[in-house]
Design a binder for this molecule. Structure first.
Ligand SMILES: O=c1nc[nH]c2c1ncn2[C@H]1C[C@H](O)[C@@H](COP(=O)(O)OP(=O)(O)OP(=O)(O)O)O1
Ligand SMILES: [Mg+2]
Length: 194
């Protein structure tokens, strides 16, 4: 049986990746935009609380099971910033270009460029689900000052994978999904759905 679910995100990059990751698994996936679900508030200090808020919001407004992702880049020399604030690091309106510029500027004086992507996924069967399924993923790398590559989204052109010498934006979609924080989290979540 195929499970129909709503993806509680308006981020085009995430939606594309979830489409690729979920397609082979037999889910019928709909973006929340198809149901005119407005962006949820994300006021919380943790990824898991924000992901839960997004999932409940989409489930409440659609009556469907919902999957939400809260994610970001955490930079060690910056005490874990931008972290949960990654999407709005350089303020409103959200802008990947300004976020990336601010990140590079903020890191310029630091020798330690190590960072990691972090993703929490929350699945709720309905808005009041007392047992949300939760999974996480982490992906280590370093922040570089000059962008490279055209793939991915967000911070990817500045996120270097030292093992391959490539940025995430230089990976093809399948490679990114195999390695990424989001791919890891989704595979862990799917195990819990079984
Ligand atoms: O694989 C990734 N490659 C590059 N950048 C990424 C990735 N994963 C998260 N990120 C960055 C983008 C954004 O600056 C923040 C997520 O913020 P986050 O609030 O979870 O998502 P969002 O507001 O863009 O869309 P939505 O809340 O509708 O899902 O972390
Ligand atoms: Mg957001």
């Amino acid at each position: 049986m195929t499970t129909k679910l709503v993806l509680a995100s308006n981020n085009a990059g995430k939606l594309k990746e979830f489409g690729q990751l979920l397609a082979p698994l037999g889910f019928e996936v709909h973006a929340q935009r198809e149901f005119n679900v407005p962006e949820a508030e994300e006021p919380h200090p943790t990824f898991v609380e924000n992901a839960l808020a997004k999932a409940r919001h989409a489930a409440r407004l659609t009556g469907l099971p919902a999957l939400a992702d809260d994610s970001g880049v955490c930079v060690n020399a910056l005490g874990g910033a931008p972290g949960v604030h990654s999407a709005r690091y350089a303020g409103e309106p959200k802008s990947d270009e300004r976020n990336n510029r601010k990140l590079v500027d903020d890191l310029a004086a630091h020798g330690d460029k190590s960072a990691y992507y972090y993703c929490v996924l929350v699945f709720v069967r309905h808005a009041e689900d007392p047992q949300p399924l939760i999974a996480e993923g982490r992906w280590d790398g370093e922040i570089i000052a000059e962008p490279r590559g055209e793939g991915g989204f967000g911070y990817d052109p500045y996120f270097l994978l030292p093992a391959s010498g490539k940025t995430v934006a230089e990976l093809d979609a399948d490679e990114k999904n195999r390695l990424s924080h989001r791919g890891q989290a989704l595979r862990a979540l799917v195990e819990k759905l079984k």
